[in-house]
Design a protein around this ligand. Structure first.
Ligand code: BJW
Length: 225
């Protein structure tokens, strides 16, 4: 019988590609406050600041390249057609550029969203307050990312995959942000084996059956191969 593997990835998988994580000692949230850049209220208060933060992140992601962990997951998915679902919290496109198909539950830096009509389109390298939506022409362009207090994408699909999975893996995520941090519980409720791959302990480490400790560029290819 075919296995269904659900893999959740977080910022740690892109760390060795040069993209900063959020909550590590030198992470993004040690440089900027969440309340200033990653909430709808922050965008309403100071859209120029929020755009500047995401323009900087978009440029960094465009300059980065997938690392051996992204390539290993793409290989796993290619070698087991229909069995491997990759859900990422990351807004970079490194999984896609490695050749994997992924569910972007927290959106994508490469997309722009109209806060007025909901249209999405390929983001230009730089966005600014007042940029018009190509569909409704209102000046309501924002990054197509999920901020605190907003609903992550594809939660119904993800719940269905978790309910059907026999193996759940979480890679490079701190388990600090819900609903993603709760996926291990959902997978366990479905009877799945669970494994965490991380440089250290996460907030939800005790919930996993097994842990593989080390940098993603080493432990992910070892686990896949
Ligand atoms: C390595 C490594 C290497 C480093 N190799 N590993 C339940 C309880 C409590 C609160 C809530 C709750 N439900 C909802 C909430 C509220 C809130 C929340 O979770 N708050 C917490 C702070 C408690 N959640 C929300 O608001 C979410 N929306 C929501 O819940 O909607 C309503 C709803 C209700 C009911 C059901 C379902 C929904 C939205 C959350 C949006 C998060 N947005 C951000 C920003 C996205 C855009 C952007 O990128 O700027 O998403 S915040 C940020 O955190 C980003 C990430 O995707 C997310 C997770 O971070 P991640 O990936 O785990 O990174 P780090 O830095 O935290 O961890 C890195 C890890 O890598 C570490 O473990 C390292 O050890 C490891 N590592 N180098 C391997 N080389």
């Amino acid at each position: 019988m075919a296995e269904k593997i659900v893999i959740l990835t977080g910022a740690g998988i892109s760390a060795e590609s040069g993209l900063g994580t959020f909550r590590d000692a030198d992470g993004l949230w040690s440089q900027v406050r969440i309340e200033d850049v990653a909430t709808p209220e922050a965008f309403a208060r100071d859209p120029a600041r929020v755009h500047a933060f995401y323009n900087m992140r978009r440029a960094a992601a465009a300059a980065a390249a997938p690392n051996p962990a992204h390539h290993a997951l793409a290989r796993l998915q290619r070698d087991h057609p229909g069995e491997v679902v990759i859900v990422t919290q990351n807004v970079d496109d490194l999984h896609g550029r490695a050749g994997a198909e992924v569910l972007h539950m927290h959106g994508a830096l490469a997309r722009a969203l109209c806060a007025s009509c909901g249209e999405t389109w390929a983001a230009p390298p730089e966005m600014a307050p007042g940029d018009p939506c190509p569909a409704c022409e209102r000046p309501a362009t924002r990054p197509d990312v999920v901020w605190f207090g907003e609903m992550p994408h594809r939660l119904d699909d993800i719940a269905d995959h978790l309910a059907a999975c026999s193996l759940f893996a979480a890679i490079g995520t701190s388990g600090a942000v819900y609903p993603a941090a709760g996926f291990v519980r959902e997978a366990r409720a479905a009877g799945a084996d669970t494994v965490e791959l991380n440089l250290g302990a996460s907030d939800v480490s005790p919930l996993f059956h097994r842990r593989l400790t080390g940098p993603a560029s080493r432990v992910v290819p070892d686990w896949v191969d």
